[in-house]
Design a protein. Structure first.
Lengths: 276, 306
């Protein structure tokens, strides 16, 4: 290694460590503050040493919102969204990948309008659409705008096209119908793409806040993020940060743990989420 | 399908449409029609104090737009400020977050000790719900006990009011967003870097190119497409990331950090403002469409019908 490269290497390493530390500080402090008694956490300096470790903050945070219920609601929201998406996406992806029909390009273009006008900016008209359908404050209202996914269709269409057509032809000769062809030929050959799509979909909807907040009113169906909002609003005045950090950890830990377990898959999936 | 018999039964020729129908219907219901409806609704105005059973909205032409772009109007003042904030927010996120993401990718592209730790450190913020991330930062920014001021005080600075000072609060929000998204941008650059063939570098090294030359003469030019793509994606994102405001003083004192989509959200139950809300939504759709459309024209067209 020549001296120039060695100097660059040393510089890169120090910058890398500095950035990593800076990025981790919020997480580390969230952990620390949540485990310390509720007294002037940082300024007294005993956040690191001296003071005791306690779960008081977690107990108080748990008392504020029905987290178990919110957990189940988030799982139902995310799971129900993904389950329907997988079905709609598979059918449409196959049609666009392997079938010829009049209006194919035009229909694909209409589908892609979703990428150009994301549901996120359509808060108000979609709110009205749900009201018109009489679905306000239902689980279906939460999930429905996400049931059709242009991103998923494009991702799987590209994957299906890589599947050798001979495999389908062989299955057809054996008398397989469309459903069997999809189940036995295309789906098994597209597992990584399905995994990527699922990770992106799950993490996006697990973290969703504005839409669930405006489209539901009943605590019984509201997801975790809305529960966290309640905690934030009750914590606002008193500045009980220990309790707020504990509640935040309750909400964020599943995805962070999932990421720790499946880091490589996450990174690859998110990379695909951009390359359409 | 390549094998097409001369005369298909009706059901078989309908098959592709049946397969597409659910997705297409949902996209029409929740993306296309709502957007069109917004165009129409932005030309109407519900009278003040109108209730659900009251008289129908009145056609007012472009009055809603005139009002929201008029800083002297009560809604115009809020809109113009939030719109300006949104532009600053987007420019800062893209201007700082994207180069930071690129830098992280360059540093973390090769196998190295503790690679998993480094990648976790910079990518985990991308996985947090925005409102959870903001909740964490509300502690960091907290006036008396927050971490940010503790750091400032250790340098002898009296500390600042991160979320209360109207000159600072937008910056505080921008910092969170950069922290949250740099790792996400990094992922795209990592994917882009992977597509550059290794042997180009070997050839360059044989010709005596140092690390710096390899970066400026090879990597960056070859990464241009990815860079362009990430910039467009980052802009599109910036106009939609507003949930953090819910945990950070709801747009700050006098809307000093309010963002357009959050202003829309705040007025969603204010029926008398619905004309304005629709007009603002249309402005937002227009801005986002500009970026997503350029994304489509730059990258998707060649893919769309191979």
């Amino acid at each position: 290694m020549n001296p120039e490269n060695r100097r660059i290497n040393a510089l890169v390493n120090s910058v890398k460590i500095a950035i990593a530390v800076a990025f981790l500080i919020p997480l580390v402090f969230t952990l620390l503050v949540s485990l310390r008694p509720e007294v002037e956490p940082v300024t007294k300096g005993n956040i690191f040493f001296g003071s005791e470790i306690t779960l008081d903050n977690f107990e108080r945070a748990i008392a504020i919102a029905p987290w178990g219920l919110h957990y189940l609601n988030s799982i139902a929201f995310v799971g129900g969204t993904l389950a329907v998406q997988l079905i709609t996406v598979t059918g449409a992806a196959y049609a666009f990948a392997r079938m010829r029909f009049a209006g194919r390009s035009l229909l694909l273009l209409i589908l892609m309008l979703q990428l150009m006008i994301p549901s996120g900016v359509l808060l108000v008209p979609n709110f009205r659409m749900i009201h018109t359908l009489g679905l306000f404050d239902t689980r279906v209202a939460l999930m429905m705008p996400y049931w059709g996914s242009a991103f998923g269709v494009l991702l799987l269409r590209a994957t299906f096209r890589e599947v050798p057509i001979e495999l389908e032809e062989a299955a057809r000769i054996d008398g397989a119908n469309l459903f069997q062809v999809l189940r036995n030929v295309y789906v098994p050959n597209a597992i990584p793409a399905y995994l990527a799509f699922s990770l992106v979909s799950v993490s996006a909807h697990w973290n969703e806040f504005l839409w669930p907040f405006i489209i539901t009113r009943s605590e019984e169906i509201r997801p975790l993020t809305v529960g966290l909002n309640k905690l934030i609003k009750t914590t606002d005045q008193g500045a009980f940060y220990g309790q707020l950090m504990a509640g935040t950890l309750i909400v964020i830990s599943p995805l962070v743990l999932l990421f720790l377990l499946f880091q490589r898959q996450f990174v690859e999936s998110f990379a695909r989420s951009g390359i359409r | 399908m390549r094998i097409s018999p001369p005369r298909k039964p009706l059901l078989l020729s309908l098959q592709p449409y049946l397969l597409i129908a659910p997705t297409l219907l949902l996209v029409l219901m929740f993306n296309v029609l709502p957007a069109i409806r917004t165009v129409n609704d932005s030309l109407y105005k519900p009278a003040r104090g109108l209730n659900a059973a009251g008289k129908p909205p009145e056609f007012v032409g472009f009055d809603n737009f005139r009002d929201i772009f008029d800083p002297a109007h009560y809604m115009g003042a809020r809109f113009t400020r939030s719109f300006r904030n949104t532009i600053v927010f987007a420019l800062a996120t893209v201007g700082i977050g994207v180069p930071l993401g690129l830098m992280l990718a360059l540093m973390l592209q090769h196998p190295q000790p503790l690679l998993g730790l480094w990648r976790f450190a910079v990518f985990y913020p991308a996985l947090l719900p925005l409102i959870g991330a903001a909740s964490i930062w509300s502690f960091i920014y907290s006036d008396s006990i927050g971490l940010a001021n503790a750091v400032l005080k250790s340098f002898g600075h009296p500390g600042v009011n991160w979320l209360g000072d109207r000159n600072l609060v937008l910056m505080s929000v921008i910092i969170i967003n950069i922290w949250k998204q740099a790792g996400y941008f990094m992922i795209f650059f990592l994917a882009g870097l992977q597509n550059i063939p290794r042997d180009i570098y070997e050839a360059a090294a044989l010709d005596g190119a140092g690390a710096r030359q390899q970066l400026t003469l090879l990597t960056l030019p070859l990464l241009r497409r990815t860079l362009l793509f990430v910039i467009v994606v980052a802009f599109t994102f910036a106009f939609q990331t507003v949930e953090q405001l819910q945990a950070l003083g709801e747009g700050g004192p006098a809307d000093s950090a309010n963002l357009l989509l959050y202003l829309i959200f705040e007025n969603i139950s204010e029926r008398r403002n619905w004309g304005y809300v629709n007009a603002m939504t249309l402005v937002l759709i227009g801005v986002v469409l500009t970026f997503t459309l350029s994304n489509f024209l730059l990258f998707e067209r060649e893919e769309s019908d191979r």
